[in-house]
Design a protein around this ligand. Structure first.
Ligand code: CS2
Ligand code: MG
Length: 405
């Protein structure tokens, strides 16, 4: 079965997405998500100039060989742009293989290990009272795991909260230049334990809670946070520190039993390797889109399982429903699945462009047994929403020093 053409679509139904469609001489096609938030067109160019010309005429069934060809064959291995491009190709090839086999992708991976995928919802607010009200709603909706984020009093913009924006905090599709946020570690560490204290006082310990630091702390500060949050028994603290120096996680580990999650920015298994084999983390958060596709995600899950590390794939709004469905199949299969990040089924514009069959019940997602990934992309509808250049915010300390957003 030969690849005859690969199309790339860029659209902005509320935010930018890069979508690819691989066509074959047997009429079967596959879809992949190549979205890299804030750097979308770099991936488009990587695909159009450097990847697609090499794939025309190749056998669409040879997923592993194509993956190796694109990764090793480029000589310049890894990197966010190239791995997002390769990830999209890989996911689309799994979609094709599933369609040809007449099986959902999870069957090709080894079959279901569970009936449904437990997700964690995002709950945020401008004050602790706001967060607690929203948490109550989430619990009443049946969520069993929830991520809590709260605006830090006096901060100029807090990750994971709404601020003065009307939309979901990461749904802005039009930020023609990066907005600037502020950060103070002191204010943050003074405030955040109170959020979890009050959540536990009001709702007890049955609801599982997590929190995203978004890489703002140094290792020893993260160790302090871990200790401060220990009484509230979080499911995990995410991205406490950047991942570039794995030894930083050793320092955190030496001081606290708060579980740690990391990996949404990993673009290769090699990024995860030292963190997993040294047992510095408990959950690995790589996404199929940014991590190079389903092929490396399967390897990552198997490797992580040797060290009791569980999968908690990234599920932010900048991953398209194609990536979401790829994760559903991986999550249903992976014996060491932990929890899936979930931000809802999307806006009406998004659902006009992408369609997929998934249902949420009591904090678990069920998908239908459709062959392939089970997601569709409406090319005509996508044309109504042209690309808009948009950036993620940047963060500065009070004195102007640039910090991790
Ligand atoms: C995040 C993301 O979902 C998460 O945990 O850290 O929201 C992240 O900020 C975005 O994916 C960046 O594009
Ligand atoms: Mg995160």
């Amino acid at each position: 079965m030969k690849i005859t053409d690969i199309k790339v679509f860029v659209c902005c139904p509320g935010r930018n997405f890069v979508t690819i469609k691989i066509m074959t001489d047997e009429g079967v096609y596959g879809l992949g998500d190549a979205t890299l938030n804030g750097r979308e067109l770099a991936v488009v160019s990587y695909l159009e100039e450097h990847v697609i010309p090499c794939l025309i005429g190749k056998d669409a069934h040879q997923i592993e060989d194509i993956w190796q060809y694109l990764v090793k064959g480029a000589y310049w291995q890894n990197g966010a742009v190239s791995m997002a491009a390769i990830g999209a190709i890989d996911v689309a090839l799994w979609d094709i293989k599933g369609k040809v086999a007449g099986l959902p992708v999870y069957q090709l991976l080894g079959g279901k290990s569970r009936k449904a995928v437990t997700v964690y919802a995002h709950v945020n607010g401008e004050t602790i009272d706001d967060v607690l009200n929203n948490l109550e709603k989430a619990i009443n909706e049946g969520y069993k795991v929830v991520r809590l984020q709260c605006t830090i009093p006096g901060a100029k913009g807090t990750y994971g909260t709404l601020g003065d924006k009307k939309n979901y905090y990461e749904l802005q599709g039009n930020r023609p230049l990066p907005p600037e946020h502020g950060w103070s570690t002191t204010k943050y560490l003074n405030f955040i334990p109170e959020l979890f204290k009050r959540a536990r006082e009001k709702f007890g310990y049955d609801i599982e809670l997590c929190h995203d630091v978004h890489s703002r702390l140094t290792p020893i500060e993260a160790a302090q946070l871990g200790k401060l949050l220990e009484p509230y028994r979080l499911k995990f603290i995410e991205d406490a520190v950047t991942y570039d120096n794995p030894e930083g996680y050793k320092i955190i580990r030496e001081h606290t039993t708060s579980p740690l999650a990391l990996g949404e920015k990993f673009n290769t298994i090699w990024d995860a390797k030292p963190l997993i084999e040294n047992q510095y983390i408990d959950f690995v958060r790589t996404a199929a889109t940014h991590g190079g596709g389903i092929t490396p995600m399967k390897k990552l899950a198997d490797f992580a399982s040797l060290y009791h590390v569980r999968m908690a794939p990234h599920g932010a709004p900048d991953l398209s429903p194609i990536c979401f469905m790829a994760h559903m199949h991986l999550d249903l299969w992976a014996p060491n699945f932990g929890v899936q990040e979930f931000i809802g089924f999307g806006t009406p514009e998004l659902n006009e462009v992408f369609s997929f069959k998934a249902k949420l019940k009591d904090g678990d997602i069920y998908i239908e047994d459709i062959s392939g990934l089970g997601v569709e992309f409406n090319e005509e509808a996508a044309k109504k929403y042209p690309y808009k250049r948009s950036y993620l915010p940047v963060t500065r300390l009070d004195d102007g020093t640039l910090w991790n957003w």
